[in-house]
Design a protein around this ligand. Structure first.
Ligand code: PLP
Length: 444
């Protein structure tokens, strides 16, 4: 390597001085990697420009930023997109929840008595109230809720489940495997498509700890099918546990002006309890519209038994989660679920969506306003779609346009050879950002 070439290699410090926007140690890594790369090029006899090395370092910084947890605009029309964080929380709810999180809180302390309390006395109790249960508690997610409940109530004993409900929810949650992990013995009854009350009846023994009913969530059976109601099961004797999955608190949605037709026959948690379930578990971040959590509601003695199990400690929710969930519970108790972004998005009127789409079109002559079908997602409401409106980009290669949009922080979807941005899942406050991203990415 000639001295001239060697002299053209900038120092890490000089490159570093041109970088910003990441913690120092990460900027140093990017600067060093870029200088190393330049050194390799010099050994092959290629001179390097200072600006080129800085650009390379900046590209490395950007790549790093892209891997960090950050906001995206969800233009997929999938309301509960598991890869995009499921239910959005929204600034109002997060702000309202910030009080107990900013400093100390009464997380496990009863202020009026000055004694130790329980972290289940806040959100857990409020959700119990919202569905008419005696007690409630919060764990990390519904998978934890199911595992913990089975371990606490049925370890070493038998749990009777219909063969039609031995489902895989996705992401490794398979009912038979979770049951095995909990230490209970699975007793399968009925057939894939039909399970009658008598099937359950014949399976009951002295060893039966629970009858389990699992919401099939992400798939739907049609045709020659038969399932046994929670009401009938609860008259058999053993307590009935329901894994409700999505967490629709009440199938009549009294906290919305009208029940959305796209909810189909999605069952409610309140109705499962009214029918006689001893406990119901569900997710915090599916149709409940909150943060990742599992909610367990039911009879006081059952919830107390679950709370005493050693695994409860390993699965307990954090104060951040509990603070946000408390706000979610309050919105339901206030009868106003539109404070919850999921329900606000999902119940936007056609006119609102239309107006927003028209405004985007006014800014960008080359997009087309199109009717779309949004979905609940997150393994909820399979086969059911929500009529929505979006904008379509028809020019250019679909994959290139999608990649360009991702660079601007927008995840869209491909459909019929074009790119669609569904407006149902985009917060109206983000329309400006979406327009800017479309300007950058979609130009013919
Ligand atoms: C989604 C789901 C789960 C898992 O819930 P997570 O909160 O994602 O852990 C379990 N059971 C059913 C029926 C579900 O739909």
């Amino acid at each position: 390597m000639s001295d001239d070439l060697r002299a053209s290699l900038p120092s890490v410090d000089r490159v570093l001085a041109c970088l910003e926007g990441l913690p120092h140690a990460l900027l140093v890594n990017c600067a060093r990697d870029a200088v190393d790369e330049a050194r390799t090029r010099i050994t092959t006899g290629t001179p390097v420009e200072f600006e080129t090395v800085v650009q390379d370092a900046r590209r490395r910084c950007q790549e790093l930023v892209d891997t960090m947890l950050g906001p995206v605009i969800n233009a997929t029309g999938v309301l509960l997109h598991t890869n995009l964080g499921r239910a959005p929380i929204g600034p109002a709810m997060l702000h309202a929840a910030s009080g107990p999180v900013l400093g100390y809180s009464n997380l496990e302390y009863r202020m009026n008595e000055g004694v130790r309390g329980s972290r289940h006395e806040h959100a857990g109790a409020l959700f119990a109230l919202a569905v008419g249960a005696e007690a409630g508690m919060i764990v990390n997610n519904n998978a934890a809720g199911v595992l913990l409940s089975l371990a606490a109530l049925a370890r070493g004993k038998e749990v009777v489940v219909s063969r039609g409900e031995l489902v895989e929810i996705g992401g490794g949650f398979r009912v038979p495997e979770i049951m095995a992990e909990s230490g209970c013995r699975l007793v399968e009854v009925g057939t894939t498509n039909r399970t009658r009350l008598s099937d359950y009846q014949q399976a009951l023994t002295n060893e039966t700890a629970l009858v389990l009913k699992v919401h099939s969530s992400n798939y739907r059976m049609v045709g020659f099918t038969e399932a046994t109601s929670i009401g009938d099961l609860s008259r058999l004797g053993p307590p009935v546990m329901v894994d409700a999955g999505s967490g629709l608190l009440d199938e009549n949605t009294p906290w919305l002006p009208a029940r959305p037709t796209w909810l189909g026959d999605e069952p409610g948690v309140r109705q499962a309890l009214e029918a006689g379930a001893a406990l119901v578990t569900f997710s915090g971040d599916k149709l409940l519209g909150g943060p990742q959590a599992g909610v367990i509601v039911g009879n006081a003695d059952v919830i107390a038994t679950i709370g005493r199990h050693p695994l409860a400690r390993a699965m307990r929710a954090d104060k951040l989660t509990l603070a946000v969930l408390q706000q979610v519970a309050c919105a339901y108790l206030d009868g106003d679920a539109t404070r919850i972004p999921l329900w606000k998005y999902a119940t936007q009127s056609r006119d609102e969506l239309s107006e927003r789409a028209d405004r985007i079109r006014e800014n960008l002559s080359y997009v087309k306003v199109v009717e779309t079908e949004a979905v609940a997602g997150g393994g909820s409401l399979p086969g059911l779609t929500i009529p929505s409106i979006g904008v379509a980009l028809e020019q250019g290669h679909v994959d290139d346009t999608l990649a360009a949009l991702r660079k601007q922080g927008v995840v869209a979807r491909a459909e019929d050879g074009r790119v669609i941005c569904d407006l149902m899942t985009v917060d109206p406050a983000d329309d400006k950002l979406l327009i800017a991203a479309l300007k950058q990415s979609g130009k013919p």
